[in-house]
Design a protein around this ligand. Structure first.
Ligand code: FE2
Length: 386
């Protein structure tokens, strides 16, 4: 008799008991992308990914140097920001990195305290605690740098009732494509340079109070041609999970090295978003033109019942639907997970998305790494970057 497993919002219970949590995090607040054309990017994320128009700041609201569109889907908030002149550091960021994630904002009770605790442990300051106010109250934000030019912003909004942040107005649009069932951010992965993974693991431990709860070395994550290493960092309550990757030597170029070449440094590689109906979500995304990595071969799907059976689980979804959509499945002791990866969402082979549904499993799909990386290598081959 197979164990019953159910859809889980992974991380709401404490997963380890380390030292006292000096940086309590309530969740991901928002993710801000610096992009070349925020108006067009917003259209893409609405049309293709089902995000909803939420808030806006720009010339019409008195902001002179940038325009920002805030999009929402269930608990996920993304901000798309573009420069309005050639002097802007936003433009410099886009020139160097292409479109990419600038800010991973974390929701906290006390932004001043979060800033103080992390900077005294060695974090480099990005923005000192700053109070922003409007008729809906006040928000305190403070920021520190993490890998590359990426930033963690601490957001304290307990005295704020507005939609997003002071300075933003509600974005009303006549164009409102349906959501696709994306619910919350499950994890966000950073790519760092050669031999830098452990430096950043230690940084998350020392500066942020995170713990390393899973590790994969190049013997586990490799194909015939290339390899990488990865360590998963988690905060005290398990809500925030940041795997960190670095390239490893192989016969050919690691996908991480390709990312570092085109992003011109360390940065966010992928954002994994959770759904509780991956078949519907991926069907919708495909019909809206989102491109995914190629479908694993027949042999991969033939092995799924045995892979789940080895852990005494049984797939509850229709295997034909899973296979038709190219969704991958991995299992561990506690359950299984379903996942699929998009192609990069811009021309540089950098940022992409993962869609994940956890049916009890807490892992990251290690059993899929080989099939996944072979698929990525086929794409790298086409780009001439393998
Ligand atoms: Fe992932």
């Amino acid at each position: 008799m197979a164990k019953q497993v159910k859809n889980v919002e992974y991380g709401l219970e404490k997963i380890f008991t380390g030292a006292q949590d000096f940086l309590p995090l309530l969740g991901t607040d928002y993710v801000e992308f610096y992009v070349g054309n925020a108006k067009q990017a917003a259209h893409f994320y609405k049309t293709a990914f089902g995000f909803q128009s939420h808030a806006y700041a720009g010339l019409e609201t008195g902001v002179r140097d940038r325009a920002s569109y805030v999009l929402k889907q269930d608990k996920i908030r993304i901000v798309l920001t573009t420069a309005l002149n050639s002097e802007s550091p936003i433009g410099e960021h886009v020139k160097k990195h292409g479109d990419g994630v600038k800010v991973i904002a974390l929701w906290v009770e006390d932004a001043r305290l979060a800033y103080e605790e992390t900077t005294k442990r060695g974090a480099k300051s990005y923005m000192e605690p700053t109070v922003e106010k409007d008729e809906n109250g006040e928000v305190v934000r403070a920021g520190i740098y993490t890998y590359g030019e990426t930033v963690h912003m601490f957001v304290e909004r307990k005295n704020y009732n507005g939609d997003f942040l002071p300075g933003y107005v509600k974005w009303e649009s006549d164009y409102n494509p349906e959501p696709v069932g994306l619910k919350f951010i499950d994890h966000m992965v950073g790519n760092v340079g050669w031999n830098q993974m452990n430096t950043w693991v230690k940084w998350y431990e020392d500066v942020m109070g995170f713990e390393n709860f899973l590790s994969f070395d190049d013997k586990q994550i490799h194909t015939e041609y290339s390899a990488l290493m990865s360590k998963v960092m988690s905060n005290g309550n398990g809500r925030i999970k940041f795997p960190i990757n670095e390239p490893a030597e192989g016969k050919k170029k690691s996908q991480i090295e390709e990312y570092l070449d085109y992003y011109e440094g360390s940065g966010v590689q992928h954002i994994a978003v959770a759904t509780d109906d991956i078949i519907k979500t991926v069907s919708d995304l495909r019909s809206r033109g989102v491109e995914f990595l190629s479908v694993p071969p027949q042999a991969y799907y033939d092995e799924i019942p045995a892979r789940l059976g080895a852990h005494d689980h049984e797939l509850q979804e229709d295997i034909e639907a899973i296979q038709k959509l190219g969704i991958m499945v991995d299992a561990d002791e506690e359950g299984y997970l379903l996942q699929i990866f998009t192609k990069p969402v811009e021309d540089r082979p950098t940022l992409f998305f993962e869609i994940i549904q956890r049916m009890g499993a807490r892992g990251f799909g290690a059993g899929n790494f080989k099939a996944l990386f072979e698929s990525i290598e086929r794409e790298q081959g086409l780009r001439g970057t393998l």
